[in-house]
Each structure stands twice: as C-alpha cells, then as structure tokens.
Design a protein around this ligand. Structure first.
Ligand code: C5P
Length: 230
C-alpha cells in the first residue's frame, strides 16, 4: 500500500510547502485539476526538484474521443509523471487507443480508469449510469483490465470485488479515505485506513485530512505508521 497525498491547496506556494515538508517520505503526490490548470508543467518540475523520488500522479481524468485522449496521454508521458487516469466511460476503444499509443514508449506511466467518482451517492450515480455503483464499477474495471490498463480509481468498498473480478495485481486507487474517521466533506463513500487495508487498496488517496490538519507532517507519519504495520 502506498500513500497518495492530494495537493489541492489554493496556491503553488502552499502545495510546494506541503511537498517540502514531506520530502523525506516515500509518498505519491497527486496533482489534480486545480494545481495543474493553474501551475502546469513547471509545478511538476518543482515537485521533482524537491525530491526526484517523489512519484507523481496526474489526476486529470481524461474523457474525449479516442485520438484526442491518446494525444493527451502522449503529452502526459513526456511530462515524466508516473501515473495518470482516464474516465472508464470513455469506453473500450478509447482505452485500447491510449494503451496502444503508449506502448511505443520505453517507459510509460501507469494508466488507471475512473469507475465511479467517490462523491456519487447511489441515487445520483443511478440517475447517470442506470446501474448500481457496485455493478457498474465492476463492469468498468473488467473493461479496463481487458484493454490493458494497470488499474482503476474506485471507492475502497469496491476494491476487493474488483480484484476478484480481474486480478490481485490489478491496481486500486481509492480517494475518499478518512484515515482515522476524519470529516467526510463532500465525499459520500468514505473509508478509514483500516477498511482500505482490509479491502486490499493499493493507493489510498488523502487530501483534506492531511492538508487541513494543523500538523500535516505528523498526520502523514501517523498514516505511514499505520500502513507499515499492515
Ligand atoms: O480531500 P479529499 O481527501 O476528499 O481529496 C480527494 C482527492 O481525490 C481530490 O483531489 C479529488 O479530486 C480526488 N478524487 C476523488 N474521487 C475520484 C477521483 C479523484 O475524490 N473518484
């Protein structure tokens, strides 16, 4: 299990200060819409300059026509990040096109597909996808597995079933983690670190419980201690 810290603070300076405070830890840095739209490639470079061993997950959730997605996937690969994601609902052809395009690179990032956003509750999800979260997340996961992706983004509650339906090695990255039961915010399907461990989650993603804490570094230490004792 590897901790992924969401850098969702309002400015590059604040995100970089958080990253600097965590530079001696073996953690992933999640760069999302907010940071990437505002701070772009120089921000990725600044993170690498703080610690060249930081792994970077670019969370842009691509969703477009297959060729446009593959073009974007190539640009992301050239940025030198270690993982990015696409929306599974973009479909099998988009998945295949992205993976084929990246197969020409010696070193490519891990590619994950978003199944159901963890902010969806059941009613809202069904109003869009006309299926239960469980059912659709598993279907999207199988499609992603069959088309060569490395894993999926899902809630901790679907992680075990997804691995059973695909492979133990198929990665699950799960946002909505409230390590020790902290405030859920806008997330609907939150899970503690304990539950994430039971469900075999590979990458727990934690944002607000870390960066809104009065001592983010200590919080990360507590989380890592919990992960290591597993
Ligand atoms: O603050 P919190 O821990 O809820 O942050 C979760 C992070 O994970 C946010 O950056 C959010 O955009 C991202 N995310 C999510 N649900 C997904 C995919 C990504 O919450 N399905």
């Amino acid at each position: 299990m590897e901790l992924c810290v969401a850098l969702d603070l309002p400015s590059a300076e604040e995100n970089l200060a958080l990253a600097r405070s965590l530079k001696s830890y073996n953690v992933w840095m999640k760069v999302g819409f907010r940071a990437y739209i505002r701070d772009g490639k120089p921000f990725i470079e600044a993170l690498k300059a703080i610690n060249p061993d930081f792994k970077i997950f670019l969370d842009l959730k691509l969703y477009d026509i297959p060729n446009t997605m593959a073009d974007a996937a190539e640009e992301i690969t050239r940025l030198g990040v270690d993982m990015f994601n696409i929306h599974a609902s973009a479909g099998a052809v988009a998945m295949k096109t992205v993976m084929e395009r990246l197969s020409t690179y010696d070193k490519r990032p891990l590619v994950l597909a978003v199944t159901a956003l963890t902010s969806f509750d059941e009613a809202n999800f069904q109003s869009v996808y006309e299926k239960s979260i469980d059912e659709k997340a598993e279907q999207f996961a199988k499609m992603s597995y069959e088309n060569g992706l490395d894993g999926v983004v899902c809630s901790a509650y679907e992680s075990r079933a997804i691995k059973k339906a695909t492979s133990e090695e198929f990665l699950t990255l799960c946002p909505g983690i409230r390590p020790f039961g902290e405030d859920a915010g806008d997330q609907q399907r939150v899970a503690t670190l304990d539950l994430a461990k039971q469900e075999g989650v590979d990458f727990p993603v934690v944002g607000r419980p870390i960066y809104k804490d009065s001592d983010p570094k200590k919080k990360v230490e507590e989380i890592l201690k919990e992960i290591v004792t597993f």
